[in-house]
Design a protein around this ligand. Structure first.
Ligand code: ADP
Ligand code: AMP
Length: 211
C-alpha cells in the first residue's frame, strides 16, 4: 500500500508517518528529510537548495522528482507499505509519481492556521534519529534531549516566523490543484488534525482500516 500524507507545514505529517512506521511497519519517505540530508552533504548544489528552503520555496520539480525516484523504486520492488510525507507538493509532482507508483490513499490533515504556527515554532527534532518533538505539545521526557538516543534536540533553520509565512502561502497555492487531482482519482480523504497526536493517529488507522 502506498499512502500520501497531505497537509500544511506543521500539520503533523512527519509525526503520523513515524507512528505508521513504528506501529505498522510502513517505510517513511520524507522529501524534507531527504533534502536536509542533501544539504548536510555540502557543496554548490547543497548551498543552492539550502537557499531555496530558507526562502520557504519549493525545490524545482526535476530535482525533487529524481530524489524521490531514487528512494522509492527499490521499496516498491520489495512490495513494502510506504508513507510519503511532503511529496507530492503540486500536481506536476503527482503526475510524476503516478508514472512510477500506484497511490492507494491520499489523506489530507486539516489544521487551523494559528495552531500550525505554534506547532512549527515549538518543533524540535533529533538530528540523529529524526524523531519529532514539540516544546508545547509533544515534549521529550527530559528537556531538549531525545528519548531514543540522548542527542540534544535542534530547531530546524527554516522553522522561523518569516520562512513559515512563505511556506504556508506556497502550500496554499499548490494544495488546491493537488486536492483536485486526487479527488478526481477518487482516493482523497480528509481528517481533522486539530487534536492531539493520539487522536490523529486513531483517525488515520480508521481511514486506512488497519486497526
Ligand atoms: P509536518 O511534518 O506536517 O511539518 P510535524 O509532524 O513535524 O509536521 O509536526 C509539527 C510539530 O507539531 C511538531 O513539533 C510535532 O511534535 C507537533 N505535532 C504534530 N502533530 C501534533 C498534534 N496532533 N498535536 C499537537 N502537536 C502536534
Ligand atoms: P518539509 O520538511 O516537508 O517541511 O520540507 C522542507 C523543505 O524542503 C520545503 O520547504 C521545500 O523547500 C523542500 N521540499 C520538501 N519536499 C519538497 C517537494 N515535494 N517539492 C519541492 N520542495 C520540497
Amino acid at each position: 500500500m502506498i499512502i500520501v500524507l497531505m497537509g500544511a507545514p506543521g500539520s503533523g505529517k512527519g509525526t503520523v508517518s513515524s507512528f505508521l512506521s513504528n506501529k505498522h511497519n510502513f517505510i517513511h519517505i520524507s522529501t524534507g528529510d531527504l533534502i536536509r540530508n542533501e544539504i548536510k552533504n555540502g557543496g554548490d548544489f547543497a548551498r543552492k537548495i539550502n537557499e531555496i528552503t530558507l526562502e520557504g520555496k519549493l525545490v524545482p520539480d526535476e530535482i525533487i522528482n529524481e530524489i524521490l525516484k531514487k528512494n522509492i523504486l527499490e521499496r516498491i520492488k520489495e512490495n513494502k507499505n510506504i508513507v510519503l510525507d511532503g511529496y507530492p507538493r503540486n500536481a506536476e509532482q503527482a503526475k510524476f509519481l503516478e508514472s512510477i507508483a500506484n497511490v492507494d490513499y491520499v489523506i489530507n490533515i486539516n489544521v487551523d492556521l494559528d495552531i500550525i504556527t505554534k506547532r512549527i515554532v515549538g518543533r524540535r527534532t533529533c538530528s540523529k534519529c529524526n524523531k519529532i518533538y514539540n516544546i508545547y505539545f509533544n515534549k521529550p521526557k527530559n528537556d531538549n534531549i531525545c528519548d531514543n538516543d540522548g542527542t540534544i534536540l535542534s530547531q530546524r533553520v527554516d522553522d522561523n516566523e518569516e520562512t513559515i509565512k512563505n511556506r504556508i502561502s506556497v502550500y496554499k497555492k499548490n494544495a488546491i490543484d493537488l486536492e483536485k487531482y486526487y479527488k478526481e482519482k477518487g482516493i482523497f480523504y480528509e481528517i481533522d488534525g486539530n487534536c492531539g497526536s493520539e487522536q490523529v493517529e486513531n483517525k488515520i488507522e480508521d481511514t486506512l482500516n488497519i486497526k
